[in-house]
Design a protein around this ligand. Structure first.
Ligand code: COD
Ligand code: ATP
Length: 200
């Protein structure tokens, strides 16, 4: 029986950086965000419903017009709820299908909105939080993407707070240093999971 670790954290907290490091140790990672992207990539199965809900501008050249939809959903909570009602059941179903193909002492599901969405919590046995000071989240996302400080703030306002995430976490990696410090914490956490759940 695989022990499922739900890895979560806010925008720019370092989830991808941490999952890359777990994968380097041979740990299997299911990525909810990658599933969401494949559902909305070229001819993705969620696109007809999204086009029906948001209009022709939402789908361009057979794929999701992410700039257009991002503007809509992070400005209007009812639009966000509508997009989530289309995507989340499909993401949930795909994660379950992928979980059924994996056998390991432990494996990870990277779910950015684990704190916000109880239906996703049911997929995992424990929660690993990648925690980062909010100011650092903003700096990292600004350095990585073309998003403005205001756009990042409006996304963060719609995500759980640090305190809410800490309240559901079984393990916490505080990602406030350099990559080497993150790597060291990932290795310690991996060792702890292997000691607790068996060897890979
Ligand atoms: C709104 C969309 C089109 C924007 O796409 P874009 O490529 O610009 O951004 P990206 O997906 O990288 O998300 C940017 C940041 O917003 C956060 N975010 C994404 N969706 C949500 C949401 N529903 N609620 C709160 N934060 C969200 C992400 O965690 C990320 O940190 C896209 O995020 C989307 O389809 N979201 C709905 C699906 C979803 O809920 N995914 C999140 C976890 S499975
Ligand atoms: N400890 C660190 N030291 C230096 N840079 C880091 C560190 N952790 C993460 N970063 C950088 O910060 C940015 C955000 O990290 P990452 O993409 O892993 O976050 P994320 O939580 O997956 O973000 P999102 O929710 O937006 O997908 C990336 O450019 C990453 O390389």
């Amino acid at each position: 029986m695989t022990v499922w670790v739900g890895l979560t954290g806010g925008i720019g907290s370092g989830k991808s950086a941490a999952t890359d490091l777990f994968m380097q140790q041979g740990v299997t990672v299911i990525d909810a965000d990658a599933i969401s992207r494949s559902l909305t990539s070229y001819q993705g199965s969620a696109l007809p419903a999204i086009q029906a809900a948001f209009g022709d501008e939402a789908v361009v050249d057979g794929r999701l017009n992410r700039d257009y939809v991002r503007e809509l959903v992070f400005k209007r909570p009812e639009a966000k709820a509508e997009l989530e009602a289309i995507l989340h059941p499909l993401i949930l179903q795909t994660i379950k299908q992928q979980q059924n193909t994996i056998s390991a002492p432990y494996a990870i599901v990277d779910i950015p909105l684990l704190t916000e969405l109880p239906q996703f919590r049911a997929l995992v046995d424990r929660v690993l939080l990648i925690d980062s000071p909010e100011a650092l989240q903003v700096e990292r996302v600004m350095a990585r993407s073309g998003l403005s400080r205001e756009q990042i703030a409006s996304i963060m306002a719609q995500q759980a707070t640090r305190a809410q995430r800490l309240a559901i976490a079984d393990e916490v990696i505080l990602n406030h240093g350099d990559m080497q410090q993150l790597q060291q914490q990932v290795l310690e956490c991996h060792k702890h999971y292997l000691q607790s759940f068996g060897t890979v």
